[in-house]
Design a protein around this ligand. Structure first.
Ligand code: BG6
Length: 490
């Protein structure tokens, strides 16, 4: 495809995305309650973040300070506007609206904060794209109800969504329900799994919990989240028929390690074991492979006729996706590739794929592959890319410039594949919001030094520094990408 043919529609949503807990800080300001992100300590590369019982003195909790976006959003949004952003994704911190999750009344100060934030975005001509739950449910819901393992949490979430939908019905059009709802299927005894089920569902296991019990808990919690999502989609459309409400998943496409029939079956089962979340979001019902599995396993023991009806009535308007890398799988030889234990395959290294400093693969073509795969499975579905980018170490030069060709290369290659998917493959991609346009606290490690931004934030892993914002080389590059509607990538 020649450069001249790179042409996206004029209303393509260029921009970036963050999450409240990674940016806002001010964890106790404005009546905010404690969230599950507030009890995560700092970790590092290969050092899992600890989930503490409440807040423990003298530990480093990076989300408490974030990048102070709560107080700096005007100046930060002005920089995004300077880059020409058409859209900006952030989340509402549930705990700013319902500090405990089960409160009878919403917290007016929290609601007012988002009024101001969305007003500012609209004033600048930046479309708000809002996530309802991005790894930050109220900690009280974990302590008092067991997080999403409890059906009652559906009602709390629906109430929260209803309040914010009503409040912002003329300020926000694009919404998504749960961030990366399917992350939690990456089940194993690895500590990473405990982290994922914590961020997604607020569920904590003890050392005696068997893998089977973990899986069961995940399936049941996933079901409640899907029902909550569907109910919210329906209510949202009743409040404002113009709302565009999506589900959100991370898609790391699976590749088979070899073309052997056993690897091919393992690959297919790996996809089925994860893709049911999207199936339910889009089709309003579970696929037959998962229904068969739930029947023989007894997992998802709690599903009602009303749930099934709610799912049917609440299919999404679009899917939001995050894309960072791909996963290559092979069969575990000594057993069949049944979904039964969610470890029906093993992840293997793909020799064709380079990695970043945190061992995340770099696979631009995988993004086009993913978009095609989704388009085949869900024809006509609108897709918004709401996360993509590279976490990297940046160096500030003595003249305060930051040269980040690695970030430009990464994004250029990925955007090129998006353009091919739209222009050559005819896929309905409605926007590209890169992850962390301004440096924020890493969700996975709690570090500041794992940076994604076009805008550098002068803070270290301990939250120390001036907090000053500096433009990296990629700032100017992305600005010209947007101003040429994706034509000028080089
Ligand atoms: C996504 C999350 O999984 O990955 C974001 O939705 C997260 O919250 C992003 O920040 C990048 O991960 P990390 O661990 O590098 O911050």
């Amino acid at each position: 495809m020649s450069k001249e043919t790179y042409q996206l529609s004029q209303d393509f949503l260029w921009g970036g995305a963050i999450a409240a807990h990674q940016a806002e800080g001010s964890w106790q300001k404005g009546g905010k309650g404690i969230s599950i992100a507030d009890v995560l300590t700092a970790g590092g590369h290969n050092l899992p973040r600890r989930i503490t019982d409440g807040i423990i003195d003298n530990l480093n909790y990076p989300n408490h300070h974030g990048i102070d976006f709560y107080d700096t959003y005007k100046e930060d949004l002005a920089l995004m506007a300077e880059m020409g952003f058409k859209a900006f994704r952030t989340s509402i911190a549930w705990t700013r609206i319902f500090p405990n999750g089960d409160d009878l009344e919403a917290n007016e100060e929290g609601l007012a904060f988002y009024d101001n934030l969305f007003d500012e975005m609209n004033r600048l001509g930046i479309e708000p794209v809002i996530t309802l739950q991005h790894f930050e449910m109220p900690y009280h819901l974990v302590e008092a109800y067991g997080g999403w393992s409890n059906r009652k949490v559906i009602d709390f979430f629906v109430k929260y969504a209803e309040v914010v939908f009503n409040r912002y019905h003329n300020k926000v059009k694009y919404w998504m329900t749960h961030n990366e709802i399917s992350n939690q299927t990456a089940i194993s005894d690895d500590p990473l799994y405990q982290f994922l089920i914590w961020t997604n569902s607020g569920i904590r296991f003890n050392e005696n919990t068997t893998l089977r019990d973990k899986q069961k808990a995940m399936v049941q919690a996933g079901h409640y989240e899907l029902v909550a999502s569907a109910r919210v989609v329906k209510i949202g459309h009743e409040i404002n028929p113009d709302f565009v409400i999506g589900g959100m998943v991370n898609v790391a496409p699976f590749y088979p390690a070899t073309p052997s029939p056993t690897d091919m079956l393992a690959w297919q089962k790996a996809r089925q074991a994860r893709d049911w979340f999207v199936d339910v979001h889009v089709h309003g019902e579970y696929p037959s492979d998962m229904e068969a599995f739930f029947k023989r396993s007894g997992f998802r023991s709690d599903i009602t006729d009303q749930d099934r009806e709610d799912l049917k009535n609440g299919s999404v308007d679009y899917m939001a996706i995050s894309y960072y890398n791909s996963t290559t799988v092979s069969a575990i030889e000594e057993k069949d590739s049944e979904i039964d234990d969610f470890s029906n395959f093993k992840v293997v290294k793909n020799e064709y794929i380079k990695t970043n400093d945190w061992d995340w693969g770099i696979d631009p073509q995988g993004l086009r592959f993913t978009l095609n795969e989704m388009n085949e499975m869900y024809p006509e579905l609108k897709i918004m890319i709401v996360e993509n980018g590279i976490g990297a170490y940046d160096t500030v030069e003595s003249d305060n410039t930051i040269h980040d060709p690695y970030r430009i290369d990464y994004l250029r290659e990925h955007i090129r594949e998006v353009e091919k998917a739209v222009i050559l493959d005819g896929i309905s991609v409605i926007g590209f919001l890169s992850w962390g346009p301004i440096d924020i606290v890493s969700a996975g490690t709690g570090e500041m030094k794992k940076r994604y931004g076009y805008i550098y934030v002068d803070l270290d892993d301990m939250g120390q520094g001036s907090g000053k914002r500096l433009k990296k080389d990629s700032f100017y590059w992305y600005k010209s990408v947007i101003s040429t509607n994706g034509k000028m990538l080089d």
